[in-house]
Design a protein around this ligand. Structure first.
Ligand SMILES: Cc1ncc(C[n+]2csc(CCOP(=O)(O)OP(=O)(O)O)c2C)c(N)n1
Ligand SMILES: [Mg+2]
Length: 228
């Protein structure tokens, strides 16, 4: 879940809702000051746009015309709280007006629509025109966490969104348009399944990490305590 890989430009995810937008603004400032053509893409949820950090980040990014794309994955819920109970607006993209930047709503389950919106925002960012806000309308098919029975989601709502699942939609599009044959799809699918099975086997057969590793790469005096 909280992936970070600086070698690939992934600055990391963290468990603090709304703590990513300001890191992205800093990354955008860094790119601008270093004069690179880098663009920072920042992903966050509907709930996080109620945080002060969202507003502060978009404001500053707009004033300084930073190359940042703010991508809101509006999945209609913050844990068990439906958007209508935590926001007086429906389109989070409307919030862009307050920062004088483009605010675009796209079907977040349509890979091509997302691609087109992202392309435009990246071009603007690279032309020095500053940040954009893209709101991807989507849905969380399961609960907020493993084991969440998600009783707060109406069955009809789940069924409707399941029918718009972006993965089968893309597969069907590719098959219908002769980009991919059914056989090729089946091959890719079984290859992925094999990779997953191998990864599970590797994890299960790997030794447990040494107890000392719980305090690796952190700032604390406990390290010395543990070593004792
Ligand atoms: C500052 C802060 N407050 C509360 C939480 C607890 N919390 C974890 S996820 C979450 C909901 C986030 O909703 P949203 O931004 O819509 O993201 P989603 O999980 O739906 O993608 C909350 C309130 C937290 N992690 N950080
Ligand atoms: Mg959400």
């Amino acid at each position: 879940m909280h992936i970070a890989d600086a070698t690939r430009g992934i600055l990391g995810a963290n468990g603090i809702v709304g703590a990513g937008q300001n890191i992205a603004t800093g990354a955008g400032l860094s790119a601008k000051l270093r004069g690179t053509d880098q663009v920072c893409a920042c992903f966050f949820g509907d709930g996080s746009t109620n945080q002060g950090t969202f507003h502060e980040s978009l404001n500053l990014a707009s004033i300084w015309r930073l190359p940042v794309i703010f991508v809101c994955e509006n999945n209609l819920y913050g844990i068990s709280m439906h958007q209508s109970r935590h926001q007086a607006i429906q389109d989070i993209a409307d919030r862009a007006v307050a920062y004088n930047i483009p605010g675009v709503v796209v079907d977040g389950n349509d890979v091509f629509a997302v691609y087109e919106a992202a392309k435009e925002a990246i071009e603007r960012a690279r032309n020095g025109q500053g940040p954009s806000l893209i709101e991807c309308k989507t849905y969380r098919h399961h609960g907020h966490f493993e084991g969440d029975p998600a009783k707060y989601k109406p069955a009809e709502e789940v069924a409707e969104w399941m029918s718009k699942d972006p993965i089968p939609r893309l597969i069907n599009y590719m098959i219908d348009n002769n980009i991919l044959s059914k056989e090729e799809f089946n091959d890719i699918d079984s290859q992925i399944n094999d990779e997953i099975k191998e990864a599970i086997k590797f994890a299960e057969e790997s030794p447990w990490p040494p107890i000392e590793s719980v305090v690796e790469d952190i700032y604390t005096d406990i390290v010395e305590e543990v070593k004792k």
